[in-house]
Design a protein around this ligand. Structure first.
Ligand code: MTE
Length: 346
């Protein structure tokens, strides 16, 4: 996401980006293969449910499904999940391929080109990992990754991701509502805002040595936004643990806001009485606001937000799709902003 109007940055960030062209595997076919593998893994573990009863068993179960540690040679650990029953959590759009989701990324801690995270993020150490929940809470917590993986029932959520740069994807995440985690820490009545702080370790993250942002990467939500059932703590995608370039081992996903609100590789969640400006607001307050709800009627100062390019669907010259208010999640979230001037609070 470019922030300064230099000749280097003036071009629209989504134009002329050269990134590896992933093989054109039909996303759903690929996903079906992965899911079949997951089924097999769970069937093995459960001591032999009849294959035909699998879908029924999954649909009926409401019990938490703990994260599996089964691995495929050369693949990531599987993260079994039940399909989410949260309203709006299962978009019917065609899925973006795993290859596109994991090779076209924004993760400035590893560089500013879309292909940098896939190339360099393998240096990220995701174990051991500790998440601190602090600030306005009755019960401050320090949780290790294994505890976090067990803390809530893993759900599959299919969300549209709309980047402020004008491109979008459809991603099958695995995780649970952030509220599940926050409730454990018992927010006090003074907790009005939630701050998300990403890891910033120059040893593991070469981009942190650059001054492109004021590290660590910080984002924030109002407490009611953070507690909304669609706000997801994601640990995986496509039925497997997150690859480093997508924000392993845990990241936020707020589907009705521009993608930069969804902080990656989070180490601290702090509940506060007052909001703190995010990294992007500090870098360029004219261009990036605190709310940053997807809104096709409010243009970015340098480009229109009325349309978007769906990654993997036809390349740079394919017809653009109209962008939807709140990225299509208005039925679920519009009431959070009742009475607010959404042009002013961008
Ligand atoms: N989180 C951190 N820590 N660093 C980043 O550079 N980029 C943001 C967001 N979270 C970013 C981040 C932006 S601009 C977007 S669009 C999404 O991550 C991209 O997520 P993806 O690469 O998984 O598609």
């Amino acid at each position: 996401m470019p922030l300064i109007l230099t000749s280097q940055h003036a071009a629209h960030p989504d134009s002329g980006q050269v990134h590896p062209v992933p093989s054109e595997i039909t996303p759903r076919a690929l996903y079906a293969t992965r899911r079949q593998w997951l089924r097999d893994a769970v069937l093995l573990g459960s001591g032999g449910l009849a294959a035909s009863s699998w879908s029924g068993a999954l649909a009926q179960t409401s019990a938490p499904v703990s994260a599996a540690t089964v691995t495929r040679p050369g693949k990531r650990a599987a993260l079994p999940a039940v399909r989410s029953s949260v309203p709006g959590a299962l978009a019917v759009d065609k899925l973006t391929s795993y290859e596109h989701i994991t090779t076209y990324n924004n993760f400035y801690e590893f560089g500013t080109d879309k292909s940098d995270p896939a190339e360099y993020a393998h240096t990220l150490r995701t174990r051991p990992w500790t998440l601190s929940i602090e600030g306005e809470v009755g019960r401050p917590l320090k949780l290790g990754l294994d505890d976090l993986l067990k803390l809530g029932a893993m759900e599959e959520r299919i969300y549209r991701l709309r980047c402020v740069e004008g491109w979008s994807m459809v991603i099958p995440w695995v995780g649970y509502s952030l509220s599940t985690l926050l409730q454990r820490a018992q927010p006090t009545s003074r907790a009005k805002f939630v701050e998300f702080i990403s890891l910033a370790d120059a040893q593991q993250m070469p981009g942190v040595r650059s001054s492109v942002l004021d590290w660590p990467y910080v984002e924030g939500l109002r407490i009611d936004e953070a507690m909304h059932p669609l706000t997801l703590m994601a640990f995986g995608l496509y039925g497997e643990v997150l690859p480093p370039q997508n924000g392993a081992p845990l990241r936020l996903v707020v589907p009705w806001k521009y993608g930069f609100k969804s902080a990656k590789s989070i180490v601290t969640i702090r509940l506060t009485e007052k909001p703190r400006p995010s990294s992007w607001m500090l870098a360029n307050p004219r261009e990036y606001g605190y709310y940053s709800n997807v809104n096709p009627t409010v243009d970015h100062p340098r480009w229109s937000q009325a349309t978007e390019r769906r990654i993997g669907e036809g390349g740079l010259f394919a017809p653009r799709k109209p962008t939807l208010m709140f990225n299509g999640y208005g039925a679920q979230v519009a009431q959070l902003y009742a009475g607010m001037d959404l042009r002013k609070f961008y």
